[in-house]
Design a protein around this ligand. Sequence first.
Ligand code: HEC
Length: 156
Amino acid sequence: MPGMTARLGCAVAAFALLAACGGASAPPFQPVADVKQLMASVLEPAADVYWDAVGSIVDEKGVMEFSPQSSEEWDGARNSAYVIAESGNLLMMSPRAKDAGEWMTLSRALVDVGQKAIRAAESRDKSGVFDVGAEVYDACTNCHAKYAVELARPGS
Ligand code: HEC
């Protein structure tokens, strides 16, 4: 029976590809940036905005502390934290994911610390943004230590 064969073929294909014959279909996403481009064009610029939101400059006049001064500036810090968090998800997607183990753990850590970063910016917590910034940095370097050892530090 041709119908039966077609259905059977369909079941096998669906099993193999997780996306066949009108059943559950794979989302039609199309990754645009490879890992290097995602780092350089998406993640690093966002992390720079977050790291530059709160801090201090020491010069001959003393210590000058800076932090967001308007809703727009706080929103900018929060928005960059969203990019950091969602970049963790982008890193987990094929073909960027380098393996199904530690890569996923380290990418997931970026999602988690990114969410912390969002909360700190949303509550306009200056020292929170500063401290979570250091945790974001650790999430970057933990992955680079394993998968991009040539990078002494992110941004270099
Ligand atoms: C899950 C792993 C992972 C995480 C997390 C991660 N990176 Fe990367 N990053 C990489 C890999 C792998 C490369 C090397 C890519 C290549 O050269 O193909 C890289 C390269 C880079 C580069 C160099 C890009 C270039 O043009 O050569 C920068 C800058 C960078 N990362 C910044 C960051 C920052 C900032 C963070 C944290 C906010 C971060 N990365 C978090 C894996 C990661």
